[in-house]
Design a protein around this ligand. Structure first.
Ligand code: SF4
Length: 264
């Protein structure tokens, strides 16, 4: 079975897939190579993943009942691919009050939801106080709900206010930084959180180098993660943006300038 699966696969990808199916832990470099797999390597990766899945779970199917609750569709970021965001003066712009969010959460739970994703645009008039209000209101009703947020600008504030964790895009680039921030918040070390937040804010300037997703993909590619190409209709970061991203990564001590011209 394994021989058939690895037919026509490059030796290095074959070695990695064999190790994975043997339940040996992959290195970061191995995982990064798999992210770049193409052609026969890519199809072997899919078959290996399916084989591992079937060994673990057979044909059982599992799922989570989840609901996305959007608190506002007002957003000033302006991603070119976005069909969700509205200017606050547009007729169909909305900004739900807390009671509406809670009602939607109750309705979702009554229908069997075990997971809620609280999402929204980046509203020009909302800051960490709004996040805290949502967090406290939900925790009052469902203390066991885990509440995560992804906006880098609110990282330290949301953790210090009782948030359970983060799902920030920049953690792809600097995971240790976010782990340190979480640990500092867990200790209630506000000054250290403030210092680490400055580093997070500095590295998050990468988002400003073009469409944020293109910029994030380019930065990841410079660190050896993926090929730097976002899914169409987004285009890869242009050369000037890649130069700026490489400089920001260098400034953050991630030493990526050498990769600035490598992502296409
Ligand atoms: S940040 Fe999100 S909501 Fe705002 S424009 Fe971009 S994709 Fe749309």
């Amino acid at each position: 079975m394994l021989d058939r699966l690895l037919t026509g696969v490059s030796p290095e990808i074959g070695r990695i897939l064999e190790a994975a199916l043997d339940k040996r832990e992959l290195t970061v470099r191995d995982a990064s190579l798999l992210l770049s797999a193409e052609g026969a390597d890519f199809f072997a990766l899919l078959r290996a993943a399916d084989l591992a899945r079937s060994e673990d779970n057979g044909d059982d199917v599992s799922f989570v009942v989840t609901r996305n609750i959007n608190f506002t569709n007002v957003c000033y970021v302006g991603c070119t691919f976005c069909g969700f965001a509205r200017h606050r003066d547009e007729a169909d712009a909305y900004d739900h009050p807390l009671e509406v969010l809670l009602e939607k959460a109750r309705d979702a739970v009554a229908r069997g939801a075990t997971e809620l994703c609280i999402q929204g645009g980046i509203h020009p008039n909302k800051d960490h106080h709004h996040y805290r209000d949502i967090l406290l209101a939900i925790k009052r009703e469902r203390a066991h709900f885990r509440i995560l947020q992804g906006h880098e600008a609110l990282a330290a504030a949301s953790l210090l206010q009782g948030g359970d964790g983060m799902v920030p895009g920049m953690a792809n680039l600097a995971p240790a930084l976010f782990v340190s921030l979480q640990a500092a918040a867990d200790r209630g070390a506000a000054a250290e959180c403030a210092r680490l937040q400055q580093q997070v804010t500095a590295i998050a300037r990468i988002y400003q180098q073009g469409p944020w997703l293109s910029a994030l993909k380019a930065a990841c590619a410079m660190l050896g993660l993926g090929n730097g190409r976002p899914a169409p209709p987004l285009a890869p970061a242009v050369p000037a943006a890649r130069e700026a991203i490489a400089a920001l990564l260098d400034e953050a001590g991630l030493g990526a300038a050498v990769g600035a011209t490598h992502c296409r």
